[in-house]
Design a protein around this ligand. Structure first.
Ligand SMILES: Nc1ncnc2c1ncn2[C@@H]1O[C@H](COP(=O)(O)OP(=O)(O)OP(=O)(O)O)[C@@H](O)[C@H]1O
Ligand SMILES: [Mg+2]
Length: 584
């Protein structure tokens, strides 16, 4: 039995799904000539089909442009005047045109005795062929083919197709994470809820491994996740607990350390860098010698994550800064005398700054040789209770420190995965919410630049080592385009700003760009999903998560209408001073 049944021949005009006949074909696009009474059956995003051959094979296309024309045939011919026909070249002079992008084929698979949808186009439409919209039973039959593939308890179910709200939409979880994904949309369009929907599905898998960078503490109450927090000033001096994520300074590589302490515009910057690096290297070497790590000693570099004592490094620089040496006529100033005063003051300032406490004031036990794999485990271990989804709360980290933190975390994760033997490697995905804040297109200061470089590396190489990015942003035009261009799957929620829309357009395959015109008219929680994780570029109504992120839009007018409100200014002021949002 054919999968779709339509009336043909003389009866075709009585067919309620009839749209029109093919007028022009251009690679993946075709133009259909539709009469006025049939034109309203087409709307942007609707699916159309036409039959191929004698087997039950059908081409499937998606409407991306509709033009209605009034036919005004100018019959008056004046002497010496040529009629201008050039303006209407693209469209038939005689009426309306529906432009359709071909997206794949439904084919009869004799082996499986069933129909299947494939994205490859093995045939072309014929000129003059009848074309039908998919609606009612035929739409259901088609959607059934999309759904069949993923329908299991473990599948990544994300919502329903807008075309047919009874058809459940699944993403191919492998493909979605394999080559990075982007979730983009204006503020309040439903990104955080979509993230929560995805996390909820992932949490059902026994060995899921996702790390969420949570910039606003929106995900801090998710019951199925493990929660990590960057220690704030008032955590310092306490013992290390599993929820506090310290990143001791020696985890930074040479570039990060230098970017942190050396002001490149200073005259003595070169000497500062040289002396600092030499001293750090010597200190690392001493520690390795004391621990008898002969193998590491032979191959370690200044970038190796080996603990060293920053206090000793500072003392050595201080010594050089004040050094007097024997000259021919008595004592004279050493080679570096006075060159490092500002450098030392800057280091002292950073060490004192309690906002940088997570780096420079970590508890003593985190300065041991074995502490490194402890930090790695805190981030990557998925075997502990709720360990599959790790939410790292950055909501109390000041914005200037944020890129440093995230850059280190990203680099550590990448290199731990990189050095893990293939057979032991377990894939991990990083969910980067509010990515425009720390992965900007225009890299700012050296610290910010380091962070972006680390993420760009993951975007380019991460696939091979099982590190994936899910970039979430309300300002795609502000996010590094090296990173965005590596995202193979795009979920675009409502977007109105034209710069952002063109950023999304640049990420889409050529044939899909007209689809973009739907972006400003999408509903909240509705997404266009394009990429290899969906069989067909689709408009999907994303499921609400069972556990909602704490991102509710505030109802100003309603709130202003309430009588019983009592903000606590004293508490807000105190929280600002202690950099913790406490409730009492
Ligand atoms: N799938 C959905 N179905 C219904 N309502 C939704 C859905 N997703 C989001 N909403 C509504 O939109 C509000 C904002 O959603 P959300 O916090 O996810 O936006 P956002 O895109 O993350 O915004 P921001 O960029 O400001 O973080 C939610 O509080 C909820 O009321
Ligand atoms: Mg959000």
């Amino acid at each position: 039995m054919p999968i779709f049944e339509f009336k043909y021949g003389d009866d075709v005009k009585n067919e309620p799904a009839y749209l029109g006949s093919v007028l022009q074909v251009d690679t993946r696009r075709m133009m259909i000539n539709a009469e006025d009474e049939h034109l309203q059956r087409a709307s942007i995003g609707k699916l159309v089909t036409l039959k191929k051959g004698t087997a039950d094979d059908w081409l499937i296309g998606m409407v991306d442009r509709i033009v209605r024309q009034i036919v005004t045939a100018d019959t008056t011919e004046k002497d010496g005047e040529q009629k201008d026909t050039s303006k209407n070249d693209a469209f038939p002079i005689s009426g309306n045109a529906v432009t359709v992008t071909l997206v794949g084929m439904v084919r009869w698979n004799a082996g499986e005795a069933g129909h299947e949808f494939t994205r490859s186009l093995l045939d072309m439409p014929d000129i003059g062929q009848d074309c039908f919209v998919l609606r009612g039973d035929s739409l259901k039959a088609f959607m059934g083919l999309l759904v069949k593939k993923g329908d299991t308890e473990q599948a990544l179910e994300i919502g329903k197709y807008t075309l047919d709200l009874e058809a459940t939409a699944y993403l191919d979880g492998d493909k979605f994470f394999q080559r990075h994904a982007a979730l983009l949309g204006s503020t309040g369009s439903g990104k955080s809820w979509t993230v929560a929907t995805i996390l909820e599905r992932a949490a059902r898998l026994p060995s899921a491994n996702l790390i969420v960078f949570d910039l606003h503490g929106e995900y801090r109450e998710l019951s199925y996740a493990d929660h990590l927090r960057i220690p704030g000033p008032d955590d310092l001096g306490t013992v290390a607990t599993p929820e506090l994520l310290y990143l001791p300074y020696w985890l930074m590589n040479c570039e990060e350390l230098t970017a942190m302490f050396v002001e490149s515009s200073e005259f003595t910057a070169h000497n500062q860098t040289l002396v600092f690096q030499d001293t750090v290297f010597a200190e690392k070497k001493k520690i390795l010698e004391a621990a008898k790590k002969t193998e590491v000693l032979n191959s370690f570099t200044i970038d190796s994550p080996v603990p060293f004592d920053l206090g000793i490094v500072v003392a050595e620089i201080q010594r050089l800064n004040e050094e007097m040496v024997q000259g021919v006529r008595g004592m004279k100033q050493g080679k570096f005398f006075g060159q490092f005063s500002r450098f030392l003051a800057r280091i002292a300032g950073k060490l004192r700054d309690r906002r940088y406490g997570f780096l420079f004031q970590a508890p003593e036990e985190l300065h041991s040789y074995t502490a490194f794999h402890g930090v790695g485990k805190q981030l990557l271990d998925f075997t502990r209770k709720n360990g599959g989804i790790k939410v790292v709360d950055f909501s109390e980290v000041p914005s200037d420190v944020l890129p440093v933190m995230l850059g280190i975390v990203a680099r550590l994760i990448y290199y731990l995965q990189f050095w893990m033997p293939d057979e032991k490697r377990h894939p991990v995905a990083l969910v980067c919410d509010e990515a425009h804040i720390y992965l900007p297109r225009d890299k700012g200061n050296p610290n910010q630049q380091r962070a972006v470089d680390n993420f760009e590396k993951i975007a380019k190489e991460g696939r091979k080592y099982g590190v994936s990015l899910l970039i979430v942003s309300q300002r795609p035009s502000d996010v590094s385009d090296t990173i965005l261009s590596q995202c193979n799957n795009v979920m675009a929620l409502r977007l109105a700003n034209s710069n952002d829309i063109s950023a999304v357009r640049n990420m889409m395959p050529e044939s899909m760009t007209s689809f973009i015109e739907m972006l400003p008219i999408l509903d909240i929680g509705e997404a266009l999903v394009v990429g290899d994780a969906v069989l067909l570029p689709s408009r999907i109504r994303i499921n609400k998560p069972d556990e909602k992120p704490l991102s509710a839009t505030i109802d100003f007018w309603t709130e202003w209408g309430r009588k019983d409100v009592s903000p606590d200014w004293v508490l807000a002021a105190e929280n600002m001073r202690r950099q913790r949002r406490k409730t009492s």
